[in-house]
Design a protein around this ligand. Sequence first.
Ligand code: ADP
Ligand code: MG
Length: 236
Amino acid sequence: KRAEEDSAIQYLQSQYSTINPEEIKTFKDLPLSQKTLKGLKDNNYITPTDIQRQAIGYALQGKDILGAAKTGSGKTLAFLVPILELLFCKKWTRLDGVGALVISPTRELAYQIYETLRKVGHLHDFSAGLIIGGQNLKFERKRMDQINILICTPGRLLQHMDENPLFDCSQLQILVLDEADRCLDMGFQTTMNAIIENLPPKRQTLLFSATQTKSVKDLARLSLSFPTYVAPHEQA
Ligand code: ADP
Ligand code: MG
């Protein structure tokens, strides 16, 4: 069983370099694990949207991404699918701690991401956590050390980083900022700086927003180097 899984993973990874967004018609045309493909299919996600078609391949290749596409274009799966695949290929287990962190500017959006993750990720064994405040801090705190994929708002995340001895993201593999322009704007500046300081610099970073964030300062803050721009239907 183990050897089978190892060779499946090796095969998937060997396909990454050959991904051509132009040739992708359905999610099946991407080298994705059976668990993710079935999770997508079970929820009637068959044909990737443009941002998904273009971003997923680069993300699987380990690139940092700046993705811009209008509201409703399917940005959520453009980052959730790579997260599931990355942790799957690394054979992440509950004991490995927080492997992926998704930061969203509002509770409502964070909740929607979490719900989508629960649906498409239902066949994977990872644990997902939603940390958005409005809940008892102690209740959240006890669960923090068992979460693999953490969806959160900036303020609440920083609160845990500051106050919770169980919170550890030293193993973080991938950071996603959803609605990145909003996460990085003035209101969250101090909070985001403090969060980023607490994250290991060696990681993959994906930024998604409805508008393009190209501020060099912002990118430097996130230690993004040579990110790939993905913006369907728009001039980069
Ligand atoms: P965005 O974050 O870009 O505003 P969302 O990720 O919230 O967009 O997706 C918008 C809507 O499109 C959601 O209802 C989602 O379920 C649906 N959707 C996303 N990807 C697909 C797909 N590949 N096929 C069908 N529906 C999709
Ligand atoms: Mg969105």
